[in-house]
Design a protein around this ligand. Structure first.
Ligand code: ZN
Length: 322
């Protein structure tokens, strides 16, 4: 069983139940070139990607599930989208899904986690360049996910970060600015890395992970080549060593084509890795160009049977069976 822990689909009917028809019209206009039917999507996944199951996230920036839209619309989008994905998972038998929560209203987002935690969602999606740990209001989202044992799934979110002007309580910690002093581009195939590392650092220095050792967070589409240089940077800057936190609270999806993959996997541990293709992004993202070859890349790595099983399904299943 090969499970793909990061894929995306845009379907025409996703937001049919939304009352705001103008918003839906814009969504359809902006995404026309990406729409596929569920059947077409599954056919490509099975025949070209050689995967048996896929975790589906919402489709990139133009869908508009972001943290800048009005809270009232965001709350409605949250339930319409999650209800749609819940049906998709139950009907298809091929998909898992992440749920989206409207973090612009953290209390409603926490309530939504309660509502969907008993449904067959794999995790709860959050953007990975928002400085979560610097916003005390957001802690309730992390606490609720921890209480309900549902992983948080942090994924690149284009330009969908909070509009800082609308936030009253963002704590601009000088330690986060240190990240900008390093040129990270030589350390990772995913770009830009600095906003993501600031988000991660905000969580590490917030103390939340110390208070919630059982919180489970998946870092998606960021590969694992940044871990060693990031740990060196943090230690040299007199900040906490991230490695114990990464081994305690985090799992990572990885498209295993980058050089040094096996060495990086040894550092973080094979029990932390989830195979992913990023299918559906159209080839312009960090790893999408390699989509049809991701699984053959794994086969050519000469992994032990145990490493192969952990990477391609066992770690995923353990997170799913909460
Ligand atoms: Zn992705």
């Amino acid at each position: 069983m090969i499970i793909d822990a990061d894929a995306h689909i845009a379907t025409l009917t996703c937001f049919d139940r939304l009352r705001d028809k103008e918003w839906q019209r814009t969504y359809i206009q902006n995404n026309q070139c990406f729409f596929v039917t569920v059947e077409e999507h599954i056919d490509v996944a099975r025949s070209q990607l050689q995967v048996d199951r896929q975790l589906i996230n919402f489709f990139g920036g133009s869908v508009g599930l972001n943290y800048k839209i009005d809270s009232c619309l965001a709350r409605e989008l949250m339930t319409v989208y999650n209800d749609y994905m819940s049906c998709l998972v139950q009907e298809s038998k091929f998909f898992d899904a992440t749920a989206w929560v409207a973090a612009q209203d953290p209390r409603s987002a926490a309530k939504e986690i309660d509502r969907i935690a008993d449904q067959p969602f794999f995790a709860v999606f959050l953007g990975d360049t928002t400085m979560w740990g610097s916003m005390p209001e957001m802690r309730v989202i992390f606490e609720r996910a921890c209480d309900r044992r549902i992983p948080l799934y942090l994924h690149f979110n284009l330009d969908q970060d909070f509009d800082a002007k609308t936030l009253i309580n963002i704590n601009t910690d000088a330690r986060l600015a240190l990240i900008d002093r390093v040129s990270w581009s030589s350390h990772s195939k995913t770009d830009p890395l600095a906003p993501f590392l600031k988000m991660l650092t905000s969580l590490i220095i917030s103390g939340w992970l110390d208070d919630m050792p059982d919180l489970r967070i998946v870092l998606a589409e960021r590969a694992i080549d940044w871990i060693a240089p990031y740990c060196d940077f943090m230690i040299n800057a007199g900040l906490p060593n991230p490695l114990p936190y990464l081994k305690q609270n985090f799992w990572l999806t990885t498209e295993p084509e980058h050089p040094g993959f096996k060495q990086d996997a040894e550092l973080i541990g094979w029990d932390r890795l989830l195979f992913a293709t990023d299918h559906g992004h159209g080839g312009m993202d960090a790893g999408g160009k390699n989509v049809p070859y991701d699984y053959s890349t794994i086969k050519n790595l000469n992994l032990t049977p145990k490493q192969h099983t952990l990477l391609t399904n066992q770690n995923y299943q353990q997170l799913k069976n909460r």
